[in-house]
Design a protein around this ligand. Sequence first.
Ligand code: ADP
Ligand code: 5GP
Length: 202
Amino acid sequence: MTEGFLLVLSAPSGCGKTTIVKKVMAELPGLVFSVSHTTRKPRPGEKNGRDYHFVNRAEFLEIADLAPSGFLEWAKVHGNLYGTSRQDVEQRLAKGFDVVLDIDVQGAALIRDNADSVSVFIAPPSLSELAKRLRGRGTETEESLRTRLAGAEKEMQEAGNYTYLIVNDDLDEAVEALKAIIIAERCRRRRDKDGLPAAVTS
Ligand code: ADP
Ligand code: 5GP
């Protein structure tokens, strides 16, 4: 069985990444979402174990400090800690799933340096549209909104380091673009080290 790949997705908060990922996962089989740990408080509607593993700072640092670290990567984002579970990811890759990591630009840089991955940066059509979407979502306080918008410009400077860029203007087009990337990557990886179709040589 071919091992799955890591699909790293980053976007400024409010850009539409969660919306796109949910649609793509509903339409393409073989994908699983890596549920991160975070010290952020749950938003209304968010469920522990589904959206995040919500933990306190001491619990988070205990996992981070294991040797090797229980996190494949972790970072402080908008004042909270977020981390990707190493065990969870490795088990699912071994089962042949492609694992979606919804992580910030710091975590994405760590994964790119340390693991075989495909990375996609999702950008908003403009900063004013981003502000509109973030406000429209209605989940952030004014302070959290300001922190997220201030971070957006800086995060977008990182877009050139990703394998692919998707501009989320029309939602359906963005969904199709992400599906196309995943399908193309699956085809690229279906060869063995000599370039032959894996099915022929195994
Ligand atoms: P993120 O996960 O990147 O923080 P969300 O997926 O929560 O962002 O989307 C933020 C808001 O923008 C949501 O209210 C969502 O419905 C809306 N949205 C997402 N994509 C689009 C789009 N292409 N056009 C208009 N609104 C969008
Ligand atoms: P939110 O609080 O809006 O859910 O997420 C804030 C930011 O944290 C987003 O950019 C999201 O991609 C990022 N994030 C979520 N989980 C992780 C993680 O495990 N590691 C890192 N580095 N960033 C994460």
